[in-house]
Design a protein around this ligand. Sequence first.
Ligand SMILES: Nc1nc2c(ncn2[C@@H]2O[C@H](COP(=O)(O)OP(=O)(O)O)[C@@H](O)[C@H]2O)c(=O)[nH]1
Ligand SMILES: [Mg+2]
Ligand SMILES: [Zn+2]
Length: 359
Amino acid sequence: MTRDTSPPLPPNGGDDAAALSALEKLGWQAFFADQVVGEDLEDTPPVRVVEAHRSGLRVLGDGIDAMVPPKLEATVGDWVLLNQVLPTSSRVLERKSLFKRRAPGHDRSLQLIASNTDTSFIVTSCNMDFNLARLERYLALAFEAGVTPVILLTKPDLCDDPAPYVEQAQSISSRVPVVLLNAKSEAAKTQLAPWCKPGDTLVFLGSSGVGKSTLVNALFGTETAATAEIREDDARGRHTTRHRHMRFLPNGCAVLDTPGMRELQMAEAESGIADLFDDLTELATQCKFRNCAHESEPGCAINAAVKRGEVSRDRLERWNKLAAEERYNTASLSERKGSDKVLHKTIRSVQKRNKKTRR
Ligand SMILES: Nc1nc2c(ncn2[C@@H]2O[C@H](COP(=O)(O)OP(=O)(O)O)[C@@H](O)[C@H]2O)c(=O)[nH]1
Ligand SMILES: [Mg+2]
Ligand SMILES: [Zn+2]
């Protein structure tokens, strides 16, 4: 594994940095300070999780740089009151936001991706990576997390006409800004500046190869984040992002780079999906049947809107699919947590319905 050993904090001395305390430079805010009383601060100093590895979590605080064994239920971005005697018993402070997905594979557990982020950059390129359904997945999870999403469209310089990509991305939701940017250009840093506020935490999400690390490097004006272009010393392979890694701009803005996620399964994201597809959620309240599946039921307000050309059938199908997957995964998660007969029944009925609607 490639380990970036560069110091994540900017050196002292910059104008911005000088005014901030060590914790503020890591993104410490009143929201977290309010959860801590005086004695806590002395016995269990606050630290932030800045890296997640299989072997554990790297935490940073005022004069602290330590590894905590992976047993602690925390993720990158979390603020933790570090129990220096028994690190795995440290207290994780309440989160401002949490980006999570269903873990890949058959484990049926949740994977925590990033916490306490303010803005999530959903990165895709003006090429084959661009996929509306996948963007909608990221956006639903971001809405669920309580994080402001922004779509970043990279590699406009490698495509004949980026306009159709921009149009499609803009069609997803009027509430999600779309920024077209060449990640390798000087302009990239300026284009992202509106979101790089002191104390805020940004996360870059998206498939492998879309330019997340290149954008992180653009923000820092350095080449410290591993991008696919750079060869590893031992020439074993390409130098790409292998783990989630948070670094800090001189103004106290935290930036989290992540490796590409191949699978992005919905779980516990019902309100995020409802939020992203708020027009359809609203229309559904006018369907004749409360449990309308918006397929071939009589009196379906959504299908009527599709017939009138007001709603795209593809979008309706993507929403139905996402919502069904969410229900299934959430039910099986709850089942895993505590076996419950009602939930068994829900899972079976969703499975049955999925079978019926599979074409
Ligand atoms: N021409 C061009 N190349 C880009 C752009 N964004 C990223 N790249 C290149 O795409 C490759 C993958 O970028 P990287 O940042 O490692 O992607 P990541 O996997 O998302 O972190 C690198 O060779 C970058 O130089 C862009 O906007 N334009
Ligand atoms: Mg990367
Ligand atoms: Zn309906």
